[in-house]
Design a binder for this molecule. Sequence first.
Ligand code: PRP
Length: 199
Amino acid sequence: MSEKRKGSTSKSRRGHRPGESVRILIPNARVRQRLKQLAREIRRDFPNEPLHLIGVLKGSVFFLADLARELGGEVSFDFLSVSSYGKGIDSTGEVKLIKDLDVSIEGRSVLVVEDILDTGLTLKYLLRFFEEKKPKHLRVVVLLDKVERRIADVRADYTGFTIPNEFVVGYGLDYDERYRNLPDVCVLQFGSRARVKSE
Ligand code: PRP
């Protein structure tokens, strides 16, 4: 492989379309380093406890996979899927369950794994949903927290990074189902600003 190709971040590799461009916000190496710290924090709080991770599809898949491997000890996982709509300022905050859990969480130490905490409406719904199922412990870990967008009064127990109010993609996060496969957390830019950057 040539030197040029080795360091390539070509358009086809990043997969963006005309009028869109991405810039790295948090490089993958920094994400992985932070995950080690988060895993240590979590294991400090739950040293010998089997942890049941619940990933919220689809954005959390890489985060859960990488965090699970850093956690050590007994770990199991499950996934659920919700759809939220009307996320604008006039949002009703209505959240709908698309895929339920496969196994009961009663009496288990549960760690909800979310890629991003934005308005907090999804997490508010999820916490109520999980609490009704009587877990022994219920904690939340989020990779990214857009604090300034918060509407619901919720917080994560463990947070990877607090980020500004920008449209982020990559490392599981999408725009129209694209960009999830970017290794880094990136900012997606649209329009003429994007065209200049992508040339
Ligand atoms: C994202 C994220 C959270 C939710 C957070 O999911 O995974 O579930 O949005 O937003 P909120 O705090 O404003 O409620 P998204 O709906 O983008 O689905 P995805 O994970 O399948 O991409």
